[in-house]
Design a protein around this ligand. Structure first.
Ligand code: ADP
Ligand code: MG
Length: 584
């Protein structure tokens, strides 16, 4: 090895015959022979080193070298290469084994998946795994109370059964999106101290037909082992929809899953220590069998929060955020009528982002104002440069504000702006919805007519100021909004001369396997009556708006002037200007 590693070659380029002569003349010290490489390394007595090509297994050189007693080393390249070979074959072998293991593993995974795809992925969550507590849920005290009671049922069933009371089996949380249903369920998991099994209903139904039903079965089996425990099924409407009637009904995967769920709900005996809690924001589409007594017989409504609730939710979500001292969350609660808990959480989060963007240390009113604008109005885009455009937009917005002030009071106008926002054409007038109406959820004919008049007020103002032929498409969004409301009035709520009929354009006929056919059930005659009514109501509403604005022409001009100057009029300025001038 010494020889090899110290061998550096001269490039004198002796030939094979030269080498033979050199060997004969005794000038060669040693020869290093690589039969497989078909070359030799030659070390001359004068220290010169050389590589010379030879024939494979060259006998002549060997004979000559032995004859002249030249030190001859046969390079064990065979051995080297055989080691290499061994290594490579071991490598190959390892790769082979590895591949086999991989294949086996993936097939066994496949196999286990094939055998176990009916098992659901739900896990028992222990209290330690959930941080959510009832303290994190604000503004829904009734729901909270009822759920606490359910926990009591589970933990001390005897107290209730001794009095002959039945422990409820199913509790359905109903409410608009973002009101905190899932959050409440998490809080129960965090507070109850009983095992909590959570699954989204959509997880029941997957690619394979028949999986859903077996997953439901598996879920309840798991639950029975752990009782007392709580099963939580989120967004239950995705399997609990009304089962179709008509051709092929009862055949599709979702329906089988639902049937299995119904069976399981019936199957466990009262007081077996399992309570199923489900959440949905579409109780109207749930199958009636799901809602009958003995199944989800307890319904807990999780409503949009009221003023006080919004304030509490805002404070829950500003706990971890540094608020400036004079930020009044009560004020912000009053500015956010109709916001859900999720909207409010988003508001505080956006405020914190605005704050960070401006590199401030504390969140102050300006940040919250900007965040509110962003959420309700969209992101501000570049300014309108054309003064003509500014004017048109300003008349549109002020027109809406005036009609709203006349119809709903001066306080209803939260903000008018001509700063364009993405998603809106021109400016925006933010109108606070009425607290009572939001919380009662009642929609009156008067309320809808007012909405339509406000929506068409932009067009009304333009018509008054610029004349019938100079109107623009500025109010395009409002017109389509108004038309949608009018259509609902006529076809859904029975608020028109057509009468108290619900004219749902199509009925669904289930064809099985999730296929649904639409079938029209309206006579052509009724169609044209509907159209006439829609046009009629829209025109009358536009006229009403024109009348209101005509009466308030002076106020209109004044507000437009201010708006073009300031670009945004907030509630205070609006009140100041409007107070004396508004004619109702
Ligand atoms: P859903 O009713 O649609 O299930 P979620 O419970 O998922 O609504 O709410 C989404 C988020 O909104 C929650 O994670 C929470 O941050 C916030 N949120 C909603 N409602 C409330 C509430 N009542 N109190 C505090 N935060 C809430
Ligand atoms: Mg949810």
């Amino acid at each position: 090895m010494f020889f090899k590693s110290n061998f550096s070659y001269s490039n004198s380029g002796s030939s094979y015959s030269d080498l033979l002569l050199e060997i004969d003349s005794g000038n060669i010290q040693s020869i290093y022979f690589y039969p497989r490489k078909r070359e030799i390394d030659v070390l001359y007595k004068n220290g010169k080193k050389e590589k010379i090509p030879i024939l494979y297994n060259d006998q002549l050189i060997l004979e000559k070298a032995t004859e002249n007693k030249v030190e001859l080393t046969i390079n064990n390249s065979r051995k080297e290469s055989s080691t290499a070979n061994t290594f490579s074959s071991i490598g190959l072998f390892l790769i082979f084994v590895f591949a086999i293991v991989l294949i086996l593993r993936s097939t066994s995974k496949l196999a286990s998946r094939a055998l176990g795809f009916g098992k659901n992925k739900s896990k028992f969550i222990t209290i330690d795994e959930v941080d959510t507590r009832f303290d994190d849920v604000a503004g829904v005290p009734e729901a909270e109370e009822e759920l606490k009671e359910v926990i009591k049922f589970l933990l001390e069933p005897k107290k209730f059964t001794d009095l002959g009371a039945k422990v409820p089996k199913g509790v359905l949380l109903i409410g608009p999106p973002g009101t905190g249903k899932t959050l409440l369920a998490k809080a129960i998991a965090g507070e109850s101290g009983v095992p909590f099994l959570s699954i989204a209903a959509s997880e029941f139904v997957e690619l394979f037909v028949g999986v859903g039903a077996s997953r439901v079965r598996d879920l309840f089996e798991k639950a029975k082992e752990k009782s007392p425990c709580i099963i939580f099924i989120d967004e239950i409407d995705s399997i609990g929809r009304q089962r179709g009637s008509g051709i092929g009904g009862g055949n599709d995967e979702r329906e089988q899953t639902l049937n299995q769920l119904l069976t399981e709900l019936d199957g466990f005996v009262d007081n077996s220590g399992i309570v199923v809690i489900a959440a949905t924001n579409r109780p109207d589409i749930l199958d009636s069998a799901l809602l009958r007594p003995g199944r989800f017989d307890r319904k807990i409504e999780v409503m949009l929060p009221d003023l006080d609730g919004r304030k509490k939710i805002l404070s829950v979500h500003s706990l971890s955020k540094p608020l400036e001292k004079n930020v009044d969350l009560g004020y912000w609660a009053s500015r956010t009528v109709g916001f859900s808990g999720a909207d409010l959480a988003n508001l505080m989060n956006e405020s914190a982002i605005h704050c960070a963007r401006e590199k401030s240390k504390l969140i102050c009113d300006v940040h919250i104002e900007n965040a509110l604008d962003k959420i309700t109005l969209g992101i501000r885009t570049s300014l309108i440069s054309s003064t003509n455009m500014k004017k048109v937009v300003a008349y549109n917005e002020v027109g809406r504000a005036i009609v709203s002030a006349v119809k709903n009071g001066i306080d209803s106008v939260d903000k008018i702006t001509i700063l364009p926002r993405s998603g809106y054409f021109g400016g925006y007038t933010k109108i606070n919805p009425d607290e009572d109406i939001v919380s009662s959820g009642l929609i009156s004919k008067k309320l809808l007519l007012t909405k339509i008049e406000i929506a068409l007020a932009g067009r009304a103002a333009e018509t008054i100021v610029f004349g019938k032929n100079e109107i623009t498409q500025c109010s395009i969004n409002d017109i389509s909004y108004a038309t949608n409301i009018v259509r609902e009035m006529v076809t859904k709520y029975g608020f028109s001369i057509i009468g108290p009929v619900s004219i749902d354009n199509n009925t669904d006929i289930s064809l099985g396997d999730g296929l649904v056919a639409k079938k029209s059930i309206i006579a052509d005659n009724t169609y044209s009556q509907i159209d006439n009514e829609i046009i009629n109501i829209s025109k009358i509403s536009l006229n009403n708006a024109i009348n209101i604005i005509t009466k308030n022409r002076i106020l209109l001009e004044k507000l437009v002037d201010v708006l073009i100057n300031l670009e945004t009029i907030d509630n205070n300025i609006f009140k100041k200007i409007t107070f004396d001038l508004l004619k109702i």
